[in-house]
Design a protein around this ligand. Structure first.
Ligand code: GAL
Length: 682
C-alpha cells in the first residue's frame, strides 16, 4: 500500500511538474516550418532565438524527417527531436509534430518496393521526391503506424507538444493491383450485387456490363462517369483510413489536449475533404498565392471552405514568406501584403498563421522558396514584417480569444458535384470552383462572413443558402434543402443544379430534378454559349457567358426575374432567373453565369429580400470587413478591416470603435494606409 501511495505521489508530482512547464497557450499562433534535422545542432539556438524575437509561438517539425527518426529499419532515434522540442520550449515556442509518412526513407522503398505507388501509366514511382508511397499498401501503413507510435510514445505527454499533423498534403493515388482489388471490394460492399451496379451505371451502354467484380477497372482518363465518381469516393475513404491508421496510433499514447490535424490544399479536389477531415480535431490548409497577389475574395472563399470542413476555426499551417518556387513566375508579395494576408486569414477564422519555411535547406528541390532567414542564417527583409505580426498577434490575441465568424449566408460546396461537372464540363470554362466564387464574392463584399459548407450540413441558422452548380443531387439532399425552404429559408440554386442522381446518372425529371416541383419551374433545355448573350431584368442588362438554361414556369405563381434577349433563337425572351415562394421560404433558380454587375445586383437583392445584416455600409472598393464573435461568458465582437489596395482608404464605422493594434481611442472612422489592417472593437 505504502509503495502504491509513493508511486501515486511520484506520478502526481510529475504531472504537476510537466503541467507547470507548459507556458500558457496564445489565442493566436504565429509559426514557422522548421527542419532542425537539416542543420547542425549548434545552430538551433541561434534559429530559435531569432524566432522568439519575431514572436513565433510554434514550430512545425518532423513531417519529412523519417530517415533521421528511423535511420534504419526498426532503429528509432528521437533524441535529437526531443532536444529540439525542449530548446523550443525554453523560448516559449510550442511544437506541432508532423508524422513523416509523406517522405519514406530510401532503405524502406528499396527493401519494400511494393510500398511505392504505381502511376497511371503503370510505372512505379522512383525514390528522390516525396509522396511516392501507395496509400493502400498494408505494409506501408504498418511502417507508418510504427513510426507514428514511436513518436506518440515519446511525445504524447510532452507539455510543449500541442498537436499533430498527419502526413503532409495528401495528393497522390496508386494504380496498383492491390488498390484495384480494394476498389472492387469497396464497390461490392456498396452495391451488393452486380445487377444493381450495372443498372445504376447504365453499363449496357458501350458493352460495359460487368459479370464479375474483378472486371471493374480503376478509371484512367475518360470512363463511365458513375465509375469515375465512385473511384473518387473510394479514394476519399482510402485517405480517411490511411489517416485513421496514424490517428489511432497517436491517440493510444497522446494526452487528449494534443489535437490532430492535416494540412489540406484549398480547392484541391483529389478526394472529398469532408470525408477525410471527419476524424480530425480541426482542419488546416496551406495557403499559397503562387503567382500574382492576394485577391481577398478568391482567397477568402478558400479559408471559408476550410473552416466549413469541420464547421469550426482552422489553422493556416503553411503560407508563403513572400514567394514560392513552383510557379512560372515566382513574384514576391509586396511589402505589407504578407501582413495583410495573415490578418485576412484571422478574419476568416484561422487561429494560426505559419510560414513555410524558416530557412532554405542548402540543397534539395526548394532552394529558391521564400524564407524568414537567408542561407547565411540572418533575417531577410520580410523578417521584420513577420516580427510586427508577432507583436500584433500578442496584442490583439486576448480580444480574439474564443471568437469565430458567424454567418447568415452559406454557399453549398459538394465534391460530388464538382467532380461530376469537371468530368464533363461541356464548356471548358465552366470551372465549378470559379462558379462558386461568382456567387460568393459579391455577397462577401457586402457582408462580413459567409460559410462554405457541404449540402448535408445543418442549414437552419442561415437566411440564404446558395447552391451554385449542385449538379449531383440525391433525393436526401433535395429533402434536406426543401425542409430548409419550408421553414423559411431562401435557397438559391445555380445553373446545372439537380441534373444528376447520386450515381452520377441523369435524373428522369428535368432540372433541378427532385426540386423541380418545389421550384414550380424546370430547365427546358441547357445551351453552351460560344459567345456572350444578353440578359435583362431585375438585375440590370448585361451579357452572360458560358452557359444558359432556358427555364420554363410550371406553377402560376413563379416570378421571372430575368430573361434572355435575342440570341440563338431557342433562348430568345425565355426566363433566365426565376423565383418561387413555397412553405415559409423561397427558391430562386439562376440558369446562367451572370455577369459580375448582375451578380452584384443579385447580391443586393438578396440582402434586401432576406434582410441580411449589413453592419458596415459604403465600404470602399478593395476594403474587406470580417467579423469574429464570442458568445458565452464574455460576449464580444471584433472586426478585422483590411485595406487590400495600394491607396489610402477611409472607412466609416457603424458605431464608435477602438482600434486594438494601435490602441487608439474610440472613433467613428478609421483611416487605413495601403495594405494596412485595423482590429476594431465596439
Ligand atoms: C507545400 C508543402 C511544403 C513546401 C511548400 C512550398 O505544398 O507542404 O512542404 O513544399 O509547398 O511552397
Amino acid at each position: 500500500m505504502a509503495t502504491k501511495i509513493f508511486w501515486i505521489l511520484v506520478l502526481l508530482s510529475f504531472s504537476i511538474l510537466s503541467f507547470a512547464q507548459a507556458s500558457p497557450q496564445p489565442p493566436l499562433y504565429l509559426g514557422t516550418a522548421w527542419y532542425p534535422e537539416q542543420w547542425p545542432e549548434s545552430r538551433w539556438d541561434a534559429d530559435l532565438d531569432l524566432m522568439q524575437k519575431a514572436g513565433i509561438r510554434f514550430v512545425r517539425v518532423g513531417e519529412f524527417a523519417w530517415s533521421t527518426m528511423e535511420p534504419s529499419e526498426g532503429k528509432f532515434d528521437l533524441d535529437w527531436l526531443e532536444r529540439a522540442v525542449t530548446m523550443a520550449q525554453k523560448r516559449g515556442i510550442f511544437v506541432v509534430l508532423g508524422t513523416p509518412s509523406a517522405a519514406p526513407p530510401a532503405w524502406l522503398t528499396s527493401k519494400y518496393p511494393d510500398t511505392l505507388r504505381i502511376e497511371e501509366d503503370g510505372r512505379r514511382a522512383v525514390h528522390g521526391n516525396r509522396q511516392h508511397f501507395s496509400f493502400t499498401s498494408p505494409r506501408y501503413r504498418e511502417l507508418a503506424r510504427r513510426m507514428a507510435t514511436e513518436m506518440a510514445k515519446r511525445f504524447g505527454h510532452n507539455p510543449n507538444v500541442i498537436g499533430w499533423q498527419i502526413d503532409n498534403e495528401y495528393a497522390t493515388y496508386s494504380y496498383d493491383d492491390y488498390t484495384r482489388s480494394q476498389f472492387q471490394q469497396w464497390l461490392k460492399s456498396k452495391y451488393g450485387t452486380l445487377d444493381s451496379l450495372n443498372q445504376h451505371w447504365t453499363t449496357a451502354y458501350w458493352s460495359q456490363t460487368y459479370d464479375t467484380w474483378e472486371e471493374i477497372p480503376i478509371p484512367v482518363g475518360w470512363n463511365n462517369p458513375s465509375l469515375m465518381l465512385e473511384w473518387k469516393r473510394f479514394v476519399s475513404d482510402v485517405y480517411r483510413s490511411y489517416q485513421k491508421n496514424q490517428i489511432e496510433a497517436i491517440r493510444q499514447y497522446a494526452d487528449s489536449r494534443q489535437w490532430i490535424t492535416h494540412n489540406f490544399m484549398g480547392w484541391f479536389d483529389g478526394f472529398d475533404h469532408y470525408t477525410v477531415s471527419a476524424d480530425l480535431d480541426f482542419a488546416s490548409w496551406d495557403n499559397y498565392i503562387g503567382n500574382g497577389h492576394l485577391n481577398p475574395w478568391k482567397n477568402g472563399i478558400v479559408h471559408d471552405l476550410t473552416r466549413g470542413l469541420k464547421r469550426k476555426n482552422f489553422w493556416v499551417m503553411e503560407t508563403q514568406p513572400g514567394n514560392v518556387n513552383w510557379q512560372q513566375v515566382n513574384n514576391s508579395l509586396d511589402k505589407g501584403e504578407v501582413r495583410a494576408m495573415a490578418w485576412h486569414a484571422i478574419g476568416h477564422g484561422s487561429d494560426a498563421v505559419s510560414y513555410w519555411q524558416w530557412r532554405s535547406a542548402l540543397g534539395g528541390q526548394e532552394q529558391y522558396h521564400g524564407t524568414l532567414v537567408g542561407p547565411d542564417g540572418k533575417p531577410v527583409p520580410l523578417y521584420d514584417e513577420v516580427a510586427q505580426l508577432g507583436r500584433e498577434f500578442a496584442k490583439a490575441g486576448d480580444i480574439l480569444r474564443g471568437t469565430s465568424p458567424v454567418s447568415e449566408i452559406a454557399v453549398l460546396h459538394s465534391y460530388d458535384s464538382r467532380w461530376a461537372i469537371d468530368f464533363q464540363r461541356h464548356h471548358k470554362e465552366f470551372d465549378p470552383a470559379r462558379y462558386l466564387e461568382s456567387f460568393y464574392a459579391p455577397l462577401r463584399k457586402l457582408t462580413d462572413s459567409i460559410d462554405v459548407v457541404n449540402p448535408a450540413a445543418p442549414l437552419e441558422s442561415y437566411k440564404v443558402v446558395m447552391a451554385p452548380g449542385l449538379n449531383v443531387m440525391s433525393d436526401a439532399d433535395a429533402k434536406h434543402l426543401l425542409d430548409y425552404v419550408q421553414r423559411g429559408g431562401h435557397l438559391v440554386l445555380g445553373a446545372r443544379s439537380g441534373l444528376k442522381d447520386e450515381y452520377n446518372a441523369l435524373h428522369t425529371t428535368r432540372q433541378p430534378g427532385p426540386l423541380a416541383q418545389a421550384l414550380g419551374a424546370h430547365v427546358e433545355q441547357y445551351y453552351v454559349l460560344d459567345k456572350p448573350i444578353p440578359v435583362s431584368g431585375d438585375f440590370g442588362s448585361d451579357d452572360v457567358k458560358i452557359w444558359a438554361e432556358y427555364l420554363k414556369a410550371d406553377a402560376p405563381d413563379v416570378r421571372v426575374l430575368a430573361r434572355y434577349g435575342k440570341s440563338n433563337g431557342w433562348l430568345d425572351d425565355q426566363p433566365a432567373v426565376v423565383t418561387h415562394s413555397i412553405g415559409k421560404g423561397q427558391i430562386t433558380y439562376v440558369g446562367t453565369w451572370l455577369s459580375e454587375a448582375q451578380m452584384n445586383a443579385l447580391a443586393l437583392w438578396l440582402i434586401k429580400t432576406d434582410k441580411i445584416t449589413q453592419r458596415f455600409t459604403d465600404v470602399p472598393e478593395g476594403v474587406e470587413v470580417s467579423r469574429r464573435v464570442a458568445t458565452g461568458n464574455s460576449p464580444r465582437e471584433v472586426y478585422i478591416v483590411i485595406n487590400h489596395t495600394t491607396e489610402v482608404k477611409h472607412i466609416k464605422l457603424p458605431s464608435a470603435m477602438r482600434e486594438q493594434l494601435r490602441g487608439t481611442a474610440a472613433s467613428l472612422e478609421v483611416e487605413l494606409a495601403p495594405r494596412d489592417v485595423a482590429v476594431l472593437t465596439p
